[in-house]
Design a protein around this ligand. Structure first.
Ligand code: GAL
Length: 825
């Protein structure tokens, strides 16, 4: 719908939070031409050959569009200073420049450039004038270009230096470059300030809600101004209510006003039904509308209760969350809305309802999508305070920047209905001492100054430091005041791991509710099952490099993955969280595999093994355990594959729901019926392998719910392609994710196939990523070929800007080739 077409030059859209979410655009026709425009196209980029080169040494410039990051294009090597922990990819120093014109009519306007995120240590110049430096690689920041601009024919040049040469500076893969969106805003001298609105809903009932909008208005005129500020609330494109105020504002000053609204029969935001409202604020000066700013918001009421856990709109619900790093697998760190949306779709399908932005401010697009799709977000700001975790990390910038960086996160993100808690840190080195208590109180106060509607937490490992390796000890004393947990800074006690202590929470922290900020850290490679030769211990290790650390009795447990010494099996933590109401929920480490941190391994591994979903987006088996528990959809998942040595003892597991029992058949002979007892989350049969067909049937009240079959696969014979969508937008950004399956003649997945697959795409689109989910693969993600892992790999194709059809073909020596057609519109 269109709010108004006839508004003046400076007016129009604002922080249209959903501007880049593809299917929201139609409903957001704010003509994005003036107030905020994308500033992503036509940049020149040059990477220093030597670390200390200055820009004048750089002769090779290439043309590109942002978001962009260069590390992902590099070669994997154990010698890069980031190490395997940083993804074994190169860093370096890069320069970006862009020439642009400003219209003569803009001479009396205010122009700002907004960077959603630059990794890291950026420095920015406009027409040779230095604007500033921003070390934090995840923060969103802006500069006022107004005093330095040329108007009319003459051009302007913006120059950005990005310094990611000092490594290691991260415990995971960061990426390097201007990897998030860049915007240019042009406003009247009288305008709504950057991040200038804050909307809260102090009263919410089923029948009526109160919304309070705080608006910061900035007057950059040399004279005082009188203006009219009107905000209209819309739901589903219908006007709900409106309010109008006259204001007077002195020259070169900011003014804050508040407008309150009553919303009858509010449509509440929930994870199942994430309803969004829109507050459109206009400023009228001398009868002309000179600014318009949109604030997307949701109406919801929540609390963390000491006994009942998380309550949303009056209903207790468990937070079933996952931690996510910011990289997009083979696409690296460069933001792409569709790639984030796909990750969230895969997680939603599993029943996930929460996301923790580990361990940094996320891309704004992630929060827009969480608002729209219904996720409970823990928005996290720091992995490091004043003490280093890696040699060149943020600790060096802490003193000067922590306050501004934290404020930027809260100011930017506080209107998002999906954000339910602020995390001021993850496993901060100072957490168990007085310094941690002191910094914790400082950070919490900074947050509270800007937002008192959400609790502050931090991921602590564990909240009470016992100085004892054995965290199973019962804590008898509450946390010391000279620690972060005992400092009073936190409204929610955040547990990283230490699941053995959760049931002590109410004793140890009688006045502060619980959240498990990070749990589990299970290790698995998708589709990998290994059986030790000692068949008396039939523990299939889903792992390709033996792990001998940790607790030998407990390290490997049947099919529920290998656990880390600090973590747990997937089933273990979920069983505890599920059982007690006061445990409000958890964030599993992690939803997807991510680049870097192949802990507990190092090179040749270059990406993590913790994900429930692999780096390419293929679910690992445990995905279906969660799905069976967290969704109403019928689930029956049996594994492993059925290609073993004759006589090998194999444990066959089934995850199921909505049924009383599962019966397993091998070559039509029943192996018996099993049911989950007590708090079981799976059933299992142990049997000697013989080739053929394994079939499982789940039944409720004697009626079949689902049937699943796995056949012994023959030799790899053909390729099979499956696209996540057949039609995508011809907008130069949209993506299609094409899964590649290596099948035998009969169409069964060849479960160990590792064939090299070559891809070709016709005009109008390009291949932008290839992956298999194998953490030890060293082929480029940016190539046009990739080796499959256990029968599967992925190719990602990006749309150009011309409509039409695109054909993607896949070839592999000795296999029947395949192709698929995608429509761009
Ligand atoms: C946690 C940490 C995460 C990740 C994880 C691996 O302690 O917060 O960032 O390193 O361990 O298990």
């Amino acid at each position: 719908m269109i709010f108004r077409k006839n508004i003046s030059l400076f007016a129009i859209i604002a922080v249209s939070l959903l501007i880049s979410c593809s299917d929201q655009e139609s409903e957001m026709e704010f003509e994005p031409e003036d107030r905020r425009i994308s500033f992503n196209e036509n940049w020149s980029f040059s990477l220093n050959k030597n670390e200390n080169d200055s820009i004048s040494n750089n002769s090779e410039w290439k043309n590109l569009n942002l978001p962009h990051e260069w590390s992902i294009e590099g070669e994997f090597s154990k010698d890069h200073p980031a190490g395997a922990g940083g993804g074994a990819l190169p860093g370096g120093t890069g320069w970006y420049k862009k020439k642009f014109q400003k219209k003569l009519e803009d001479t009396s306007s205010i122009t700002k450039i907004i960077f959603d995120g630059v990794y890291r240590d950026s420095e920015v110049w406009i027409n040779g004038t230095y604007l500033g430096n921003r070390p934090n690689g995840y923060v969103s920041f802006q500069y006022d270009l107004t005093p330095y601009l040329n108007y009319g024919e003459e051009k302007n040049e913006i120059l950005v230096k990005v310094n990611n040469a000092d490594q290691p500076n991260s415990r995971w893969y960061s990426g390097s470059g201007i990897y998030r969106n860049v915007w240019l805003t042009t406003t009247n001298k009288l305008h709504i300030a950057h991040w200038g609105t804050f909307i809260t809903t102090p009263q919410v009932t089923k029948d009526s809600a109160e919304a309070e909008l705080q608006i910061e208005i900035e007057n950059r005129f040399a004279s005082p101004k009188e203006a009219e500020v009107t905000t209209t609330i819309y739901f589903d494109d219908k006007e709900i209510t409106s309010r109008n105020d006259e204001i007077q504002i002195s020259s070169e000053k900011k003014k804050e006003i508040k407008q309150s609204f009553q919303v009858e029969n509010p449509q509440l935001w929930s994870v199942e039904n994430p309803q969004l409202y829109k507050a459109v604020t206009q400023i009228k000066l001398e009868d002309e509308i000179i600014d318009e700013y949109t604030t997307i918001f949701g109406i919801r009421d929540f609390e963390f209760d000491l006994d009942q856990g998380f309550i949303l709109n009056g209903k207790p619900i468990k937070i079933k969350g996952v931690c996510m790093h910011h990289d997009l697998g083979p696409l690296g760190a460069a933001v792409n809305t569709r790639a984030i949306e796909r990750q969230l779709e895969i997680l939603k399908e599993m029943g996930v309802n929460g996301i923790r932005t580990a361990h940094n401010m996320p891309a704004p697009e992630l929060l827009d999508l969480c608002d729209k799709m219904g996720f409970i977000v823990m928005d996290e700001v720091f992995d490091i305070w004043s003490q280093h975790k890696t040699e060149n990390d943020y600790a060096g910038d802490w003193k000067e920047w922590h306050e501004e960086d934290l404020k930027s996160m809260v100011l930017r993100d506080r209107n998002h209905p999906s954000v339910f808690m602020w995390s001021i840190g993850n496993e901060i080195q100072e957490q168990w001492n007085e310094k941690g208590a002191e910094i914790g109180r400082e950070l919490s106060a900074i947050v509270k100054e800007l937002d008192t509607t959400r609790p502050v937490t931090a991921g602590m490992n564990p909240p009470i430091h016992t100085n004892d390796e054995n965290v199973t000890l019962q804590f008898e004393e509450a946390a010391e005041p000279n620690s972060l947990a005992g400092s009073g800074a936190l409204d929610l006690i955040g547990y990283n791991y230490a699941h053995q202590t959760y049931t002590q929470h109410q004793t140890n922290f009688p006045n502060t509710p619980f959240i498990a900020t990070e749990t589990t850290s299970g290790l698995a490679t998708r589709g990998y099952y290994e059986f030790p030769s000692d068949t008396t211990k039939i523990w299939p290790v889903r792992w390709d490099i033996p792990f001998d650390g940790g607790n030998p009795d407990n390290t490997i447990s049947a099919f529920d993955q290998v656990r880390t010494p600090w973590g747990s099996l997937h089933e273990t933590t979920w069983k505890i969280i599920k059982k007690h109401d006061y445990l409000s929920g958890f964030f599993i480490w992690t939803g997807f595999d991510y680049l870097g941190e192949p802990t507990p391994y190092g090179w040749p591994s270059r990406s993590s093994y913790f994900g429930i979903v692999d780096l390419a987006g293929f679910p690992k088996d445990v995905y279906y355990m969660y799905k069976s528990e967290w969704t109403d959809e019928d689930v029956l998942h049996i594994f492993p594959h059925w290609n073993w040595e004759e006589g090998q003892m194999v444990d066959v597991w089934a995850y199921y729901n909505n049924a009383d029992e599962v019966e397993l058949f091998l070559n039509n002979e029943s192996l018996g019926t099993k049911s989950k007892e007590d708090d079981d989350l799976h059933v299992m049969w142990r049997l000697p392998y013989t080739a053929g067909t394994l079939k499982a049937v789940s039944r409720k009240d004697g009626k079949t719910v689902l049937e699943k079959e796995i056949n012994t696969a023959g030799e790899p014979a053909k390729l099979n392609l499956e696209a996540d969508r057949k039609t995508i937008k011809a907008d130069g950004n949209d993506l299609v994710f094409i899964s590649v399956y290596i099948n035998d003649e009969g169409g069964n997945l060849a479960p160990r196939a590792g064939n090299l697959v070559n891809f070709e795409v016709s005009d109008k689109a390009e291949i932008v990523g290839v992956a298999s989910g194998d953490p030890t693969n060293h082929e480029s993600f940016k190539g046009k070929k990739h080796k499959a892992l256990n029968g599967k790999c992925l190719v990602i194709v990006k749309a150009g800007k011309e409509a039409g059809t695109v054909s993607l073909s896949a070839k592999s020596e000795g296999l029947e080739e395949a192709s698929i057609t995608i429509t761009l519109e």
